[in-house]
Design a protein around this ligand. Structure first.
Ligand code: 9MR
Length: 350
């Protein structure tokens, strides 16, 4: 064989191996492709998750990345009350099941979200008055039916979502108004009965830093623990905004909950900004994602991080905060942003 032909063949073989994800050449044994966020997180015994929503699942480029990059999935809407019990006693698992099945197919776990919330409730529930006994029975049935349906299929439940006001007082919701603060312990007990292995969480926003709202959770957790109410973790949603500053005490805050014997997790992370996004803002956003990631890694019982969807294409922000957005680590074209590289670096310990 002539030398040039041989060289061409060797070159073609090397190119094929590179395309197949196998490195060639001296010293290039390992690291055939870039590790995923999930793989990097697993090296620390953590997960890296994303929320998703049913309408997005027809977008195949989107689902390919969702299935590859993450090892924990949260249904953004599919397990909420309006979706799962649209009429009293009539349960619909279509949307939740679709996401659980997709996750299982890709060996991903599921953070189930959410059983007791004041928002996205069906009209039959909000459109009339209930006595405490009636509402307690409605809540118990909803929780037990839904948790039983997903028993053994989900890693955790956000049992109660957003129970407190900013000043640390109880939020005035249908649940609190009608049942008093005891609805939280009841909801946790019913959930535990229905699936003793699911990790049970309370979850809220603006509790990243130490402050009146996170203090309220701290007190509540102490109280629930003292009464042996089943509770495994506290979810810090972490919907941050560049214009409001970084919650500098997040690591201390995670640590104090750990010391109470609880898991913690960053459950709905996004970092929004006033549009347009500039290079400078994207760099600051990357620093915040890096710092959140490092804070979780620094606290032993911070079990993982979930972004509230991974791409700006499907972020909830622009619809709710006009003029704001660009909050997620991948852009609208599914291209990784500086935030994505910053998370990767923090997880890789660089
Ligand atoms: O991502 C969810 C969005 O699609 C819904 O329109 C919205 C309705 O309130 O809820 C979003 O998810 C919320 C989550 O369930 C609880 N924390 C705040 C999230 C953003 O609103």
């Amino acid at each position: 064989m002539r030398r040039t032909t041989r060289l061409r063949l060797v070159g073609a073989l090397a190119a094929a191996l590179v395309t197949a994800g196998l490195a060639t050449g001296p010293g290039a044994q390992a690291s055939p492709r870039q590790p995923t966020l999930a793989e990097l997180a697993q090296r620390h015994g953590r997960y890296f998750g994303s929320a998703t929503d049913n309408p997005e699942l027809t977008d195949t480029a989107y689902t390919a990345l969702l299935s590859r990059e993450f090892d924990m999935i949260t249904p953004g809407n599919g397990m909420k009350w309006y979706a799962t019990e649209p009429q009293q006693g009539v349960f619909d698992w279509t949307n939740g099941d679709q996401i659980v099945n997709l996750a299982r197919k890709h060996h991903q776990r599921v953070r189930a979200h959410t059983l007791v919330w004041h928002s996205q409730l069906p009209d039959w529930l909000t459109g009339r008055e209930w006595t405490a006994d009636e509402l307690r029975a409605v809540l118990k049935r909803h929780i037990q039916t839904e948790v039983r349906h997903y028993r053994g299929k989900v890693y955790s439940w956000d049992v109660v979502n957003e129970a407190f006001n900013e000043d640390g007082t109880y939020r005035d919701t249908l649940w609190y108004r009608t049942l008093g603060p005891g609805y939280i312990a009841d909801a946790l007990r019913w959930s535990h009965q229905a699936d003793p292995h699911a990790k049970l969480y309370l979850n809220d926003y603006n509790i990243e830093a130490v402050g009146p709202k996170s203090d309220a959770y701290y007190q509540l957790v102490k109280d629930l623990r003292a009464r042996h109410v089943p509770l495994d973790g506290i979810g810090l949603q972490a919907h941050l905004a560049l214009q409001y500053g970084y919650p500098a005490t997040v690591e201390d805050n995670l640590r104090r909950f750990s010391r109470l014997g609880l898991d913690t997790a960053l459950t709905e992370v996004d970092v929004r900004m006033l549009l347009p996004a500039t290079e400078e803002k994207l760099a600051q956003q990357a620093d915040w994602y890096r710092d959140l990631t490092s804070a979780c890694l620094a606290v032993r019982r911070c079990v993982g991080i979930t972004v509230w969807d991974y791409t700006d294409k499907y972020s909830w922000i622009p619809a709710v905060f006009p003029g704001e957005g660009a909050a997620l680590p991948w852009d609208e074209q599914l291209r990784p942003k500086p935030a994505c590289f910053a998370i990767r670096k923090a997880l890789a310990g660089k």
